[in-house]
Design a protein around this ligand. Sequence first.
Ligand SMILES: CC(C)(COP(=O)(O)OP(=O)(O)OC[C@H]1O[C@@H](n2cnc3c(N)ncnc32)[C@H](O)[C@@H]1OP(=O)(O)O)[C@@H](O)C(=O)NCCC(=O)NCCS
Length: 169
Amino acid sequence: MIKIRIHKKIDIPYRVKWLNSPNVNKYIGDELGRRTTLKKQEKWFKDYQKDKNKKFFTILFNNKPIGLVGLSNISKQNKNADLFIMIGEDSYRGRGIGKEAMKFIIGYAFNNLKLHKINLGVIEDNKVAVNLYKKLGFKIEGKMIDEIYSKGKFYNFLSMALFKKDYTA
Ligand SMILES: CC(C)(COP(=O)(O)OP(=O)(O)OC[C@H]1O[C@@H](n2cnc3c(N)ncnc32)[C@H](O)[C@@H]1OP(=O)(O)O)[C@@H](O)C(=O)NCCC(=O)NCCS
């Protein structure tokens, strides 16, 4: 059973594990494949606690933490935010959990925070993620060609967005 709760300090070691998983970090960050450390994630969490414009949640399956979903750069002025999601545990991807977590965070953004628009960035080759976002109504607003370089290959980067008026879950 899927549960979503606020992101807590006890989740820091999971953050390290997930962000260092090759199946996750091949698609995440400005520098693909880059490893993180416990120290860096402890610093991230400290900064996060002070940042009113970030709101993250931990995704649990049968009470086991398996991933994260959240919003950054929440702008009250512009009524928008940037969305982030990862199912960190390999065996829990492709089982509909990402979709459920996306529905939760979209509902939170539009209904609780009263946002007008949700933005996200995704590598074009990340077909699972792009398909999921399109299915939920996100549209491509921009495409940056050869924006990311990793292991001898350039990747295109897509800016996608969902407007409240287009979301019909
Ligand atoms: C992207 C991610 C969040 C999707 O979550 P997930 O739980 O694996 O995906 P779901 O099982 O909920 O699938 C949702 C949709 O994704 C698409 N999808 C899932 N598996 C797919 C596959 N193997 N090939 C193509 N599309 C696929 C489908 O459109 C699916 O919808 P459907 O089941 O109605 O057909 C997850 O795979 C993940 O965390 N990946 C690594 C980190 C990452 O890439 N994060 C996003 C960075 S922008």
